[in-house]
Design a protein around this ligand. Structure first.
Ligand code: UD1
Ligand code: CA
Length: 460
């Protein structure tokens, strides 16, 4: 049987109070809609349709790289039933199963969707609703049962005080038989507190027609949390992060304080790595085994080998750190920084588009930008590659075994040859051949008794 997915994402998301479409807000680093589409992908659907409306252009633009997704626009947004109707032209003439997902319900487990499909098909249902029993049902539609069977769903704003006591809620996720669903949805009226066309009204319509409506109830209510406000967004992030931390710990990673480990879903961390408090590991970051990441560091889209130490307060984005590297505290590695085996980067050092060769060191206060540094090079404190001439970025090459004295400036493009020495305080404007010494500071001048003489002059 064919499966078709429809995702509702046209609503305004009023309670977010945001200029950004709600489903683009990030839960633990990823947009809400990414979670929903990832869950949907597991169903290997024949079609996926996203109903957009409010800020449709921004949303379509953000999702333009998605293949096999059809957008339909709901304008104006008259409620969830009206939203589903917009998908009718896409699904006309198809049969099978329609899975309706909500763009703002990110945590649904793939096996719940699987269970939904199984229940729906095995019972030959016309509709199946995913429900949950929660402690605080505030804001959700309530499942009204007669005997065992679902009779209807009542929205909080339309519920009697007795109905508000019901703790079984509607997740907003359903399976429908495609056949007949649009006709039935068209018969939904907007006779309710919000003057909206409510999709949950389909339940009572089907029941009155004697059609089978089933439910499945998730055991973990977190799965069906909707995100309608910033605090619900934070709550969803917390759940994803707790889950991620638990997975990593189960796989042998030490996380000193899971509550302050901000590790995005797609990050990988090897066994026996220790993550100290207040560390953010983001995007596509991969971290090897036996590493230690000290507190206050943020690592984004970067790759760390094994036994790497990141001392406190480093910012590492789009960088590569090979095995046995140590960086920080307070290092900034960005934009293709490539630190090779056993190299060391110390405090207040910035690397950009720079290779720091195996065993090389830059321990204090340096800027290495657009540079290729060979192996076993020593970069003295305060070294700066002057890579920008006001128009172009130019490269600095420092060959194996070279020694750059403290407080030197290398005016790129320039090369310091193999094993060469650059004296402290040198401004290197010309290439330094292998094995040479370059110095540029003038001879020191010393004025004896200068301090005493100046004092005397001031007194006179
Ligand atoms: C909805 C359900 C409620 C359920 C809850 C679960 C209705 C009437 N109520 O309430 O029973 O407990 O979800 O989270 O369906 N949308 C559109 N077009 C519209 C209106 C909404 O595309 O005209 C989209 C929204 O962008 C959102 C989803 O539908 O992704 C749900 O809408 P929302 O307004 O958040 O409904 P809830 O009040 O949460
Ligand atoms: Ca909602």
């Amino acid at each position: 049987m064919d499966t078709h997915i429809v995702v509702l994402a046209a609503g305004k998301g009023t309670r977010m109070k945001s200029a950004l479409p709600k489903v683009l807000h990030r839960v633990a680093g990823l947009p809400l809609i990414d979670y929903v589409l990832a869950g949907a992908a597991a169903l290997q659907a024949r079609s996926t349709t996203i109903v957009i409306g409010h800020q449709a252009e921004a949303l379509q633009c953000a999702l333009r790289s998605r293949r096999n997704v059809t957008f339909v626009v709901q304008e104006p947004q008259l409620g969830t039933a009206h939203a589903l109707l917009q998908a009718e032209p896409v699904l006309r003439g198809t049969t099978g199963l329609l899975i309706l997902l909500s763009g703002d319900v990110p945590l649904l487990a793939a096996d719940t969707l699987q269970r939904l499909v199984e229940r729906h098909t095995s019972r030959g249902a016309s509709a199946t609703v995913v429900t949950a029993v929660v402690d605080d049902p505030t804001g959700y539609g309530r499942i009204v049962r007669v005997g065992e069977e679902i009779a209807r769903i009542v929205e909080e704003k339309d519920a009697t005080s007795a109905e508000r006591q019901i703790r079984e809620i509607n997740s907003g996720i359903y399976a429908f038989a495609v056949e007949g669903v649009f006709g039935a949805v068209r018969s939904i009226a907007a006779e309710n507190a919000q003057r909206e066309y409510y999709l949950p009204d389909l339940v009572s319509i089907y029941r009155q027609r004697g059609l089978t409506v089933e439910t499945i109830t998730v055991s973990n209510p977190d799965e069906i949390r909707g995100v309608n406000s910033r605090s619900e967004l934070a709550a969803a992030s917390r759940i994803v992060r707790e889950q991620k931390a638990a997975e990593l710990m189960a796989a042998g990673v030490t996380i000193e304080d899971p509550a302050t480990a901000y590790i995005d879903r797609d990050v990988t961390v090897g066994a026996d790595t220790v993550i100290h408090p207040n560390v953010s590991l983001e995007g596509t970051t991969t971290i090897g085994a036996g590493c230690e990441v000290h507190s206050g560091s943020r690592i984004v889209d970067s790759h760390l080998g094994d036994r790497v130490t990141v001392f406190n307060h480093c910012v590492i984005t789009n960088a590569r750190l090979a095995d046995d590297v140590a960086v920080g505290p307070f290092a900034h590695l960005r934009n293709d920084a490539d630190v090779r085996e056993r190299a060391k980067v110390g405090n207040f050092v910035e690397l950009k588009k720079t290779v720091l060769g195996a065993g090389s060191k830059s321990m204090h206060l340096a800027y290495l930008g657009d540079a290729t540094v060979g192996e076993h090079v020593n970069i003295g404190a305060g070294t700066i590659t002057c890579n920008y001439d006001g128009v172009n970025k130019n490269r600095t090459v420092i060959e194996d075994g070279a020694f750059i004295g403290s407080d030197s400036q290398l005016i790129a493009p320039v090369t310091v040859g193999k094993g060469a020495y650059v004296g402290s305080g040198t401004t290197v404007r010309e290439n330094v051949p292998a094995g040479a010494l370059a110095v540029s500071a003038g001879k020191q001048r010393t004025f004896e008794n200068w301090v005493e003489e100046r004092k005397k002059k001031n007194r006179d």
